[in-house]
Ligand binder design. Structure first.
Ligand code: AMP
Length: 504
């Protein structure tokens, strides 16, 4: 079981099929792509890289990314794609921890990185020289062999290396067609988000289906460029975090740009508020699918299908829109107490997942692996509740639960309500230490551009209209922006630190 087999298969039966694009310009067909991948693999082998060794990738999105993923797999190696927005010191820490032999960089971000073997600029002559080798045979891999060492985004603590096997990623790829979107060869996956993360993982189903792969020429996210590509390339599919989706929707709304060139926009990775989902569908049409996953079960825990998002006549449509959908095909999902005992429908507990997409463990960290996977179930650290129809609603991450006067409060619930108040653009709720209550609810509020901050009394009134009094924030802090990581997730730890710094 080698992920590169699907590339070889498409290239053999249809070598002239368009494969890789930089912007609107085709740079490779499938025959050329597979040939280069097999040559790259041969170069790895000739330089003594043995199956199981790892290569690090510290690059902005670039067409070479796809060659490197498949070249490594073809040679039996594993990849360690690193987030291009990391500080070089963080990248070096990951490379060292992963014990990667070689590193591939783009010079804009990778200068200064060191590796035990070679550090190669993937945009330069040193990279092209690797293709002089004659193509080699693909190295056979077992299902459990490491394919991708995925360092978690690290909203908390040191990043951990999630070990994803060929079977994990093969299953993830096949599941895409059932639970997210069927793919045709004329479709085009657009790498709008970092290829080191979810966007790059979606290369796998799109190679399986022999579809087109489009890397924006800027290598970054620019709504105007993406709308240009939608018009020029057509049938674009992309994965993006809610912040990015909101920016695309905002662009469409502001410019009246045609959305006909988009086929599917998959959103996930962070909560998307229902008002934003509704606006997205209204502005861009029936093009959305939501997935919920985490590095440890990449892209695959639950999905909220296009059909569910559009079924406005359903009596529980509003609840479904606020949910993350139902278990994806290859996994079982449970909500349990802290001991892993399943809870009845409607009760909030920790979300557990079991199935072939769940990682084989954390790299060089048996203790963390044993804590995360117990009796075959991955403890996600997310809190949620299942309804009678199998829809999962996330309440928050378990560590984000705050306890005030002995009552559990889930920040997400308070955030959803505050977003209903006029003049609120964004909000994040955290707990602040309090001598009397243990913790109190504090809301960081970003006012809408051009509006004065809403009155705390008005925010209180909206809360009191929707949720129990004890959940109402005791304090509002008005800020220009919320601190976010590279994937658009609000850094709640940073907000908490801010609060404790103020109280000292
Ligand atoms: P990461 O491992 O960095 O991809 O982060 C995964 C975490 O992001 C999950 O454990 C959830 O807390 C959150 N997440 C992922 N997808 C969704 C989603 N669709 N809705 C809400 N939160 C999500």
């Amino acid at each position: 079981m080698n992920l590169a087999l699907s590339l070889q298969r498409v290239a053999l039966c249809d070598p002239r099929r368009p494969a890789l694009f930089e912007g609107e310009r085709q740079v490779r067909d499938y025959g050329e792509l597979a040939d280069r991948v097999a040559r790259l693999a041969a170069a790895f082998r000739q330089h003594g890289l043995a199956p199981g060794e790892r290569i690090a990738i510290f690059m902005r999105n670039h067409p070479a990314y796809l060659e490197l993923l498949y070249g490594a797999w073809w040679a039996g190696l594993a990849v360690v794609p690193m987030n291009a927005k990391l500080h070089p010191r963080e990248a070096q820490w990951i490379l060292d921890h992963a014990q990667a032999s070689w590193a591939f960089v783009t010079p804009d971000i990778g200068a200064g990185l060191t590796a035990p073997g070679r550090v190669i600029d993937a945009t330069g002559p040193g990279y092209e020289a690797l293709f002089a080798a004659a193509p080699c045979e693909m190295v056979a891999r077992a299902g459990e062999d490491l394919a991708w060492l995925f360092y978690t985004s690290g909203t908390t603590g040191r990043p951990k290396g999630v070990m994803l096997s060929h079977r994990n990623l093969m299953t993830m790829g096949l599941t895409y067609f059932v639970d997210v979107d069927p793919v045709e060869p004329r479709d085009a996956i657009l790498y709008a988000g970092p290829m080191s993360h979810g966007a790059g993982l979606y290369a796998i189903p799109h190679v399986m289906a022999g579809a087109r792969h489009v890397v924006p020429a800027s290598g970054a996210f620019d709504p105007a460029e993406i709308f240009g590509l939608a018009a020029g390339v057509g049938r674009l599919c992309l994965f993006a975090a809610p912040t990015i989706v909101n920016r695309l929707v905002g662009h469409a709304q502001a410019t009246g740009a045609d959305c006909g060139g988009f086929k599917t926009i998959v959103y996930g990775g962070a909560p998307m508020y229902t008002a934003d989902v509704e606006r997205a569908i209204e502005v861009m049409g029936p093009r959305f699918v939501q997935i919920y996953g985490q590095g440890e079960s990449p892209m695959v825990i639950t999905a909220l299908a296009r059909s569910h998002l559009l079924d406005a006549a359903h009596p529980r449509h509003a609840q479904r829109l606020a949910s993350v959908g139902v278990a994806q095909t290859p996994v079982e999902v449970r909500v349990t107490d802290t001991e892993g005992r399943p809870l009845p429908v409607g009760e909030i507990g920790e979300v557990l997942v079991r199935g072939d997409t769940v990682m084989t463990g954390y790299w060089r960290d048996e203790a963390a692996t044993a804590a995360a996977i117990r009796n075959g179930w991955l403890f996600t650290g997310d809190m949620g509740a299942l309804d009678a129809d199998g829809f999962l609603t996330l309440k928050d991450r378990s560590k984000d639960v705050l306890i005030s006067g002995g009552s559990n409060i889930y920040p997400r619930e308070v955030e959803e309500v505050l977003l209903l108040a006029p003049g609120v653009a964004e909000v994040a709720v955290v707990g602040a230490p309090d001598p009397e209550w243990g913790e109190v609810v504090v809301a960081f509020v970003v006012p809408q551009a051009g509006h004065a901050p809403p009155e705390p009394a008005a925010l209180d009134a909206v809360c009191l209209d929707h949720i129990g009094r004890f959940k109402r924030p005791k304090r509002y802090v008005f800020v220009d922006a919320l601190p976010k990581n590279n994937y658009g997730k609000v850094l709640k730890a940073a907000l908490r630190e801010r609060l404790s710094a103020h109280s000292q």
